[in-house]
Write a protein that binds this ligand. Structure first.
Ligand code: GTP
Ligand code: MN
Ligand code: MN
Ligand code: MN
Ligand code: MN
Ligand code: MN
Length: 192
C-alpha cells in the first residue's frame, strides 16, 4: 500500500475513494516503570480483529453527516466513549490509490488528562465492538530499554494496519512525545 499526503479539503474532492477516520488518544503521565523509567505519556492503540495494531475509528458511512460524525460514531462503537472529536483535532490526511480499495485515511489526535484516558480504558471493555472488531486497547511504550530493542523499537516491529505505523511515528514526532534521536533509533532498530 502506498499512502501519500493530501489536504483534508482536497481529499473530499477525490472520486471513488472511501474515507476512514482514526484517532490517537494520549495523556501526559508522571508514572515510572519499575520506579525509574519515565512513562511520559500514555498513548492508546488497539489490537484489531485481524491481529494488527491500529487506532480507534473506522470507515465514514454515507449516513454520517461529516468525517467527524463518522469518527465519533466509530469511537462510540469501539471504545464506548463519547469524545466529541472535532475538525480542530485533525492532524493529517493520506490517500492510497492501490487496489483493491481506494482509501483516504484521516488522522486525529486528542490530548486528555491521565484520569480521563484511564476512564476510557476502563469503559472500553463494555463497548459494543469489544471482543469483536477490537481485541483490546494497548498503550504504546515510548522509552527504549537498555538492550536497545525493548520498548518502542519492539513495539514498532509489530504488524500495523494501513498506514497506522506512519501515523503513530508522525504523531510522536510532531507532538514531541519522543525526542527525535530516540525516535530515529527506535525506527532503525525495529525489526521490519
Ligand atoms: P467495519 O465496521 O468492519 O467496516 O470496520 P471499521 O469501520 O471500524 O473500519 P476500520 O477501523 O477497519 O478502518 C477502515 C480501513 O482503514 C481498514 O480496512 C484499514 O485499511 C484502514 N485502517 C484501519 N485502522 C487504521 C488506522 O489506525 N490507521 C489507518 N491509517 N488506517 C487504518
Ligand atoms: Mn512485576
Ligand atoms: Mn468499527
Ligand atoms: Mn475500526
Ligand atoms: Mn464501520
Ligand atoms: Mn463495524
Amino acid at each position: 500500500m502506498n499512502f501519500g499526503p493530501v489536504s483534508r479539503q482536497d481529499s473530499l474532492q477525490l472520486k471513488g475513494y472511501r474515507h476512514a477516520c482514526h484517532v490517537m488518544i494520549y495523556a501526559p503521565s508522571d508514572e515510572k516503570l519499575f520506579g525509574k523509567i519515565p512513562i511520559r505519556y500514555a498513548v492508546l492503540m488497539q489490537l484489531r480483529f485481524d491481529g494488527r495494531l491500529g487506532f480507534p475509528g473506522g470507515f465514514v458511512d454515507p449516513a454520517d453527516g461529516s468525517l467527524e460524525e463518522g469518527l465519533n460514531r466509530e469511537v462510540g462503537e469501539e471504545l464506548g466513549a463519547g469524545l466529541a472529536l472535532a475538525e480542530s483535532d485533525h492532524m493529517c490526511t493520506h490517500a492510497c490509490s492501490t487496489p483493491p480499495q481506494k482509501l483516504v485515511t484521516h488522522f486525529y489526535t486528542k490530548k486528555l488528562s491521565l484520569a480521563e484516558l484511564q476512564d476510557i480504558e476502563r469503559g472500553a471493555v463494555t463497548a459494543r465492538e469489544h471482543g469483536k472488531e477490537v481485541m483490546g486497547l494497548v498503550r504504546v511504550p515510548l522509552y527504549t530499554l537498555r538492550d536497545g530493542i525493548g520498548g518502542l523499537p519492539a513495539f514498532l516491529s509489530n504488524s500495523f494496519v494501513g498506514n497506522a505505523r506512519c501515523q503513530l511515528v508522525d504523531a510522536l514526532r510532531s507532538l514531541q512525545l519522543v525526542r527525535e534521536p530516540w525516535l530515529q533509533l527506535a525506527i532503525k532498530h525495529s525489526h521490519r
